[in-house]
Ligand binder design. Structure first.
Ligand SMILES: [Zn+2]
Length: 559
């Protein structure tokens, strides 16, 4: 005990308390033994600070995917990997995996929507006021004119014995669906079925040629119409496949629209039930679908531009000849929002917390692991991905075209937006209830003298909303840690700092190093993630999904 140097990682209060209470061996190992390769003091506060200050500097101009600022950040991470002696694991012996991207925008003047009631005069709707349409990466222009069919939430979920398409013929039709999912679905499963992508696939598989989404009460609270129309000239992005074509999961859906809550009633004119009726039923229940008494004319036009960006990838080879062909992935997104609308005179969206902090934790964990005398048994893959802010694109690209064989990826641990604005004493592990990774997180947290607390915001379905989810979709058990809310300084102070960040600097230029960033908390965060990583990498068995787990079953790896 006496050899323990004052830890630069975090003030020793937590360990001291734990020791007094239980003489916890876990804390002693993690915090103090200077021979321990993963002792707390090896994770440097200065390392976290240096990485965050560089990556979040104005010089990098917000690191938007496809810009020079991002490329500089990628070169920085590649240089760090090289300095640590990690093996390049990108394209052709480099640290970079090139990700071709297509940026696309809507030509607003050419967006159109007309609703024609059977036997009545047509209603021409106003873009931006009554409806909006999405731009397309693959079609410069498209126009559909077809009958409309209301399909409830537009969800086919066999596990919940729920199929909105039962008995409906939507071939050649425009499908009208409610946003979100039935209230009886659990939030993470609901987030999966309620996502636009999954709904679009359900509609396309049944032969629909366009979709219109309409609001529910819940959706209006979560995403007010004013927010949907705030950035009509915003760029969308998708990746370009080996065939040179932009990725489009549902090319048969030619136009996809969102209708304002005030205008949507027109779609239900002459139908057996009104928009108000189905919307009221959707609060607690799930209205059944029916053919509408209107046809709809929808048009969109888009323009696009090619961009290139890169994921940065490096490997630390495992020490066990029997296990070293298996990889545990530690990933985080390197991109942010770039230069945009000024807020308080600042136009650079530096993304210090989102996600320079996560990349800093990855680099610091990589440094400690690479310098440890004993390497983990399995190999570790460090992956800094691009275009997360454009829809998890870099991670999607990597998970579909991994630079090591997909069935060798045994787990993914994600670092996204650790809110390093307070001294945390607990961690939240999103995804811990789905696989044996929950036990790894539990053991690592315990060793770090931290408690693992349950998800304080299950309604947000965070598990489905960051890069690791692309690995989940390929069947890889994944976990994602966040700083907990229950500091011992003041109960709930962490929660206040956390929600204060989300309501304030998050996705604004003010997410910069002007915030009171606790870099020591960053070192502690790197530490606990490195502990999880080694826990997984050294276990005799690879992680597996829990028996009968929803995500494990849904995305089971096909041989
Ligand atoms: Zn973000």
């Amino acid at each position: 005990m006496t050899v323990r140097a004052p830890s630069p990682v975090y003030r020793t209060r937590v360990c001291a308390l734990t020791l007094l209470a239980s003489l916890s061996a876990a804390c002693a190992r993690g915090g103090g033994d200077s021979t321990d390769a993963l002792a707390a003091h090896r994770f440097r506060t200065s390392g976290i600070e240096a990485h965050v200050r560089f990556l979040a500097s104005d010089l990098l101009e917000g690191r938007e995917a496809g810009t020079r600022g991002y490329d500089l950040a990628a070169q920085y991470v590649a240089a760090q990997f090289q300095m640590l002696g990690l093996r390049p694991a990108g394209d052709e012996g480099t640290y970079l995996q090139r990700v071709p991207l297509q940026a696309h925008w809507l030509v607003e003047e050419r967006a159109g929507m007309t609703v024609r009631p059977d036997g009545g005069p047509p209603n021409r709707l106003v873009f931006g006021q009554d409806f909006i349409v999405g731009s397309s990466p693959t079609r410069e222009a498209a126009r559909v004119a077809a009958r409309a069919v209301f399909a409830g939430f537009g969800i086919d979920a066999p596990v919940f014995q729920h199929n909105d398409y039962e008995g409906l013929d939507v071939r050649g039709a425009v499908v009208v669906v409610l946003a979100g999912y039935p209230s009886r679905f659990p939030s993470e499963e609901g987030a999966h079925y309620g996502s636009r992508g999954v709904k679009a696939r359900a509609a396309a598989e049944r032969g629909a040629i366009g979709t219109i989404m309409v609001y529910t009460d819940q959706f209006e609270v979560r995403r007010p119409w004013t927010r949907a129309t705030a950035n009509l000239d915003a760029m969308s992005m998708t990746w370009i496949g080996a065939d040179g074509r932009p990725h489009d999961e549902t090319p048969s859906l030619q136009v996809n629209a969102l209708m304002s809550p005030a205008a949507a009633a027109v779609l239900f004119e002459g139908a057996p039930r009104s928009y108000a009726d189905v919307r009221a039923e959707a609060v607690e229940g799930a209205p059944r679908g029916f053919p509408l008494a209107v046809s709809v004319d929808l048009a969109q036009a888009s323009w696009s531009e090619l961009r290139t960006s890169a994921n940065v990838v490096a490997a630390l080879p495992g020490s066990d000849p029997a296990l070293r062909d298996e990889y545990v992935v530690l990933l985080g997104h390197l991109d942010h929002l770039g230069i945009g609308e000024a807020v308080n005179g600042d136009r650079i969206y530096n993304g210090a917390i989102d996600n320079a902090a996560g990349i800093a934790a990855m680099l610091e964990a990589a440094r400690v692991l690479a310098n440890a005398e004993e390497r983990p048994r399995r190999s570790i893959l460090f992956l800094a991905v691009t275009a997360e802010e454009k829809g998890l694109l870099g991670s999607d690209y990597f998970s579909r075209r991994p630079t090591v064989s997909l069935d060798r990826l045994v787990a993914a641990v994600n670092l996204d937006m650790p809110v390093l604005l307070y001294e945390f004493t607990d961690v939240i592990a999103f995804g811990s209830e789905h696989s044996t990774l929950g036990q790894a997180a539990e053991a690592a947290a315990k060793r770090a003298g931290l408690t693992l607390t349950p998800d304080p915001m299950p309604e947000q379905a965070i598990f489905t909303r960051s890069d690791h989810y692309r690995f989940v979709e390929r069947g890889v058990p994944s976990i994602f840690l966040a700083t907990g809310w229950n500091t011992q300084v003041a109960e709930g102070a962490g929660g206040q700092a956390f929600t204060g960040f989300l309501q304030g600097p998050y996705h604004r230029p003010q997410d910069d190093v002007g915030q009171p960033i606790d870099f020591a908390a960053g070192a502690k965060f790197a530490w606990v993630n490195a502990l999880i990583l080694t826990q997984i990498a050294n276990a005799d068995q690879p992680p597996r999904w829990n028996e009968g787990d929803f995500f494990g079953e849904l995305f089971a790896r096909r041989p």
